[in-house]
Design a protein around this ligand. Structure first.
Ligand SMILES: C[S@@+](CC[C@H](N)C(=O)[O-])C[C@H]1O[C@@H](n2cnc3c(N)ncnc32)[C@H](O)[C@@H]1O
Length: 304
């Protein structure tokens, strides 16, 4: 157990991580951050922040382990199934109706962790549009700040436990079954993956995508402090097309969003970009980027 630590020692640790590794962890909620640090220190049998700072200085690779502990990557296919059903039956048809025939449908899965959310939306779009229209019209950008998680997302290979949320019919249609290292693995269909662009992107720093019809950012905002949440919501606002939709996690709300989104379904946490802002509201939400940085979108894509 960590002894009662001074705030300054913790701040010194945060400041070292920021200056030496470019990780600004001050954007996350302080209480959960402290819990995650303590968890990692406990694993290393270190019981105060000063010793942990020394350890970081002597073992620079430790910052990656710490980040893995702080950035909780839990995800699942069709997590909160009712909300995905609502998206499939109400929102996606509306997006399609508002398009010209052949016009692209642009989706951004932000904070995608190991990819389950991205492949869930890909499967739904392929089911609704049919695979040919999916291949012609869909573009899915999928991003996370965590490169290890992105690597897993790009691999698209899941264990028997991880695919538990997927109906058998969809499983056999969109996954290939392999036997590797003494276990069954389910590999996402190559065709679905072709329309997905993976990239490292930090929601608190990097320029947002643009002209997005559907922005899925579930169970990510919940980790940010309220000031950061408000700033990230402004970026999400600018990423969306007029009348674009934002899909949040079931425990997230938009209290500080300055009415820049209107609810479509509070229950399912689906919102639409508000397009009748007054000039005053526009000025209020102009991004006040602390550090403007171009999106680090790694353009590696399977679409070749
Ligand atoms: C709990 S997971 C949510 C995964 C998925 N969206 C879902 O709901 O199943 C939270 C994800 O947010 C990512 N994340 C945390 N901070 C981020 C940031 N500043 N920019 C982008 N992604 C971030 C983490 O790396 C992690 O993969």
């Amino acid at each position: 157990m960590i002894q009662s630590e001074s705030k300054q020692e913790f701040e010194a640790l945060l400041s070292y991580l920021n200056s030496h590794f470019g990780c600004d962890l001050s954007v996350y909620k302080r209480a959960s951050l402290v819990r995650r640090f303590e968890h990692r220190m406990h694993q290393l049998e270190i019981n105060n922040y000063t010793d942990y700072l020394e350890y970081l200085k002597n073992h620079p690779e430790e910052h990656l382990h710490l980040l893995n502990t702080v950035l909780i990557n839990f995800s699942g296919f069709f997590r909160d199934r009712d909300s995905w059903n609502y998206l499939a039956s109400v929102i996606i048809p509306q997006i399609i109706r508002n398009k010209q025939p052949g016009e692209k449908i642009r989706v951004w899965s932000a904070g995608c962790a190991s990819g389950q959310e991205t492949y869930t939306i890909a499967i739904l779009l392929a089911e609704i549009l049919g695979i040919e229209q999916y291949l012609e019209r869909v573009q899915i950008f999928t991003t996370d700040v965590d490169t290890d998680a992105l690597l897993q997302a790009r691999r698209g290979s899941y264990s028997t436990l991880e695919i538990a949320g997927i109906e058998d019919k969809l499983l056999s249609k969109y996954f290939d079954k392999n036997f590797e290292n003494n276990e069954h693995r389910y590999i996402i269909d190559f065709k679905l993956r072709r329309k997905i662009i993976f990239g490292r992107h930090n929601l608190t720093l990097d320029a947002p995508m643009s002209k997005i019809d559907l922005l899925i950012c579930r169970n990510v905002l919940i980790y940010f402090n309220s000031e950061t949440t408000a700033a990230v919501l402004v970026r999400l606002y600018f990423a969306l097309k007029d009348n674009g939709f934002l899909f949040l996690g079931n425990s997230e709300s938009l209290i500080k969003s300055q009415n820049i989104f209107n609810p479509i379904s509070i229950k399912h946490r689906i919102f639409v970009k508000s397009n009748n802002l007054t000039l005053e509201q526009h000025l209020l939400i102009l991004p006040t980027n602390r550090r403007k940085k171009k999106a680090i979108i790694n353009t590696q894509t399977d679409e070749t």
